[in-house]
Design a protein around this ligand. Structure first.
Ligand SMILES: N[C@@H](CCC(=O)N[C@@H](CS)C(=O)NCC(=O)O)C(=O)O
Length: 228
């Protein structure tokens, strides 16, 4: 199997956590795609994933699976023990619901803010965004506010159970975790009073599959280009 991704970026980080959790690290090779240089918007990549985003999984028979949730479903089910996406109908339903909320209310909202209301990853990628700066800035700022409300929502959820979709670590936790890493990078603060969310984050960061896969382990070249 091959994964097209880029170290340090939040959606690729989701899949790296899944691979570690499932003990699949040795079964994949990685191909690094230059997000800052907009290599994912070139024809060669778009032919593989018309959405023009990372990560992307390519199976040995050439099958292409895009979308982090779909890749996670595939990887989680390979061994017949889907611990991250649920094994009973109830678990599957709850995990899917919370995972979708984690995307729409946090991770994707942060992404829209970062890519549309800030210079994002720089000029090569901005060329591929709408030229209507004022409109997209307003849209991005509304999404930033949605992400801030999303953090409050997940703080409440985590008062009721130890993980985002219940008693066990799941795909939904991975998405919230990546969303918070992206929020850090985009300069969106977690409010001080969100103690449950912060405690959960510290706990999840120490899980073996998550440790050192924080979503901020960028390549040196990317750190330099982003001005760090
Ligand atoms: N819904 C997609 C989102 C993927 C995504 O947005 N990936 C980011 C990297 S973290 C990307 O490729 N962004 C490039 C862009 O917006 O041009 C998924 O779940 O995989």
């Amino acid at each position: 199997m091959k994964i097209y991704d880029r170290p340090g970026f939040p959606n690729p980080a989701r899949i790296r956590i899944v691979l570690a959790q499932k003990g699949l690290d040795a079964k994949v090779t990685f191909e690094s795609v230059d997000l800052i240089g907009a290599q994912h918007k070139e024809d060669a990549f778009l032919a593989k994933n018309p959405s023009g985003v990372l990560p992307l999984l390519e199976l040995d028979d050439g099958t292409l699976i895009a979308e982090s949730t779909a890749i996670t479903e595939y990887l989680d089910n390979l061994d017949g023990n889907p611990v991250l996406t649920g094994s009973t109908p109830r678990e599957k339903g709850l995990i899917h619901m919370m995972q979708r909320r984690a995307e729409s209310e946090l991770l994707d909202a942060v992404g829209i803010y970062f890519h549309h209301a800030t210079p994002g990853l720089g000029p090569a990628l901005q060329k591929h965004k709408s030229p209507q700066w004022e409109h997209r800035k307003q849209w991005g700022e509304r999404e930033r506010d949605r992400a801030i409300r999303g953090m409050c929502y997940f703080d409440q959820v985590l008062r009721e159970h130890p993980f985002v979709a219940g008693d066990n670590f799941s795909m939904a936790d991975i998405t919230v975790f990546a969303g918070l890493a992206f929020a850090d990078a985009a300069g969106i603060q977690i409010a001080d009073e969100l103690a449950q969310l912060k405690a959960w984050r510290a706990r999840v960061a120490e899980l073996p599959a998550v440790k050192n896969r924080s979503g901020q382990d960028f390549e040196a070249e990317d750190l330099r280009r982003m001005g760090f």
